[in-house]
Design a protein around this ligand. Structure first.
Ligand code: GDP
Ligand code: MG
Length: 441
């Protein structure tokens, strides 16, 4: 991740005062790699780096942070700004019916998102929604939308065999007007790639219907191709916004930046799963963190700030500032996890705790296991807790006996502490959690 990469650059950037051009360029090389790894399109990366470099050179380094952190802050702010600092709402408060048209490549999630949006507008906004499928290219497509309508309790326009997309769109608008619907959602046919006939059809629908919103639905996993897709759709129809789907997957979200940069349209929603309630308002902060590979750390700092007792936090911050994490700290973490309702909330965000979280999610780790781990740490002497490296085989056997468990279990606890300690060393390179917290504030 970028935090790892910048660790080494930070080591070199120890000076104070203004950021020099040399420092900034060194840091930007790492930022560039991080962006490319997050699948931001090359041309977008180039422009972005140029702009940020200009902004960063000569910037004053705030007293409480390192130059490296200052660079990350500048990059993070620029990313958030480009992704859209403010949420932009749907433009549906027009003389009814408002028309929203969904466009995008085949399989990007148009039909699913249409149903999600219908459900959202019905339940959260109290709107009366009519959905219509204009996808006459695939026989099953209209049926797919009808089934989704049944699942969500949203009305779909009855299908009339042989009708063409522009006619269906017109009929949908008429029906909505007569029957008092607030919003018409038009789901269009998928384009396998940027296919000319279908692009022309889409343009025809748009110019005949003049939708209030034309949303480009894009799979967050789209990599370098994002620029082509965005350019092609933008050339054919007046896009008003973007929906990024599959944000629940492994995608680092680079497509968000590419789409935003090329279309200059706001990203309005993020799809986060196959279920019909898996639709969220787009969150630029979170996606910026994810693109930089720092989302977990930022989230951790925020959550830690909200949940850790003040005294604990200070003690922890002092230790982390030294890049330390001993058994006593692990015990504190385990207690907190119990208090915060299980490992789930925090563990996934702590570097090195991913394995513990997986174990928890799979049911292999629960309150009982947490209790056992605490017992193991409790059976250690204060010296062993402070310096776990002195734990010899003999000591481990004693501890296992004391806690009524096996050496294997003791080893698991040691492994966890070691993972955390090494993660904390990485954090330390960035100035520790306190520095991170100050920087993100
Ligand atoms: P269309 O061809 O653009 O209409 O795409 P569909 O709406 O039919 O979606 C294609 C597949 O992607 C379906 O299996 C959906 O369940 C899935 N899908 C859509 N949005 C999401 C999402 O946000 N997350 C995940 N995991 N799957 C999604
Ligand atoms: Mg579809």
């Amino acid at each position: 991740s970028l935090s790892d990469r910048l660790g080494s650059v930070f080591e070199k950037l120890r000076g104070r005062g203004a950021l020099t051009e040399l420092d900034v360029r060194a840091a930007m090389r790492e930022v560039r790699i991080a962006l490319l790894e997050a699948d931001v399109a090359l041309s977008v990366v180039k422009t972005f780096i140029e702009q940020v470099t200009e902004r960063a050179i000569g910037a004053e380094v705030v007293r409480s942070v390192t130059p490296g952190q200052q660079v990350v802050k500048i990059v993070n702010d620029a990313l958030v700004e480009l992704l859209g600092s403010e949420a932009v709402d749907l433009n549906i408060d027009v003389t009814p019916p408002a028309v929203i048209m969904m466009v995008g490549l085949q399989g990007s999630g148009k039909t699913t998102t249409t149903a999600k949006l219908a459900k959202f507008l019905t339940e959260k906004r109290g709107k009366k929604i009519l959905m219509a499928s204009l996808d006459v290219a695939r026989p099953a497509a209209q049926e797919q939308l009808r089934v989704l309508g049944e699942q969500t309790g949203v009305t779909t326009l009855p299908v009339i065999a042989g009708q063409q997309p522009v006619q269906i769109a017109e009929r949908a608008r008429q029906a909505a007007k007569l029957q008092g619907f607030d919003v018409v959602l038009l789901d269009t046919a998928g384009r396998l790639n940027v296919d000319t006939a279908l692009m022309a059809e889409m343009a025809a629908i748009a110019s005949a219907t003049r939708p209030d919103e034309i949303l480009l639905v894009v799979d967050a996993l789209t990599g370098q191709d994002a620029v082509n897709v965005a350019t092609a759709f933008k050339a054919e129809v007046p896009l008003t916004g973007i929906v990024l789907t599959r944000m629940d997957g492994d995608a680092r979200g680079g497509a968000a930046l590419s789409m935003r940069a090329v279309t200059e349209r706001p990203i309005k929603f993020a799809g986060t799963g196959e279920k019909l309630d898996a639709l969220e308002a787009f969150d630029p902060q979170r996606v910026a963190g994810r693109i930089l590979g720092m989302g977990d750390i930022v989230g951790l700092v925020e959550r830690a700030a909200a949940n850790i007792e003040q005294a604990d936090a200070e003690r922890m911050a002092a230790k982390l500032a030294k890049g330390q994490f001993d058994m006593e700290d692990l015990r504190g973490q385990l207690r907190q996890m119990k208090a915060m309702g299980g490992l789930g909330a925090l563990a996934g965000m702590i570097p090195g705790m991913g394995a513990a979280k997986k174990a928890m999610d799979s049911g292999a780790m629960d309150e009982k296991v947490l209790g056992r781990m605490e017992a193991i740490i409790g059976s250690m002497t204060p010296k062993e807790r402070a310096k776990p490296e002195i734990l010899t085989a003999k000591r481990k056997i004693r501890i296992a006996k004391g806690a009524g468990t096996t050496v294997q279990e003791v080893n698991k606890v040691i492994k966890m502490q070691l993972d955390m300690a090494s993660a904390m060393k990485k954090l330390r390179k960035m100035g520790g959690m306190k520095g991170m917290a100050a920087m993100m504030a």
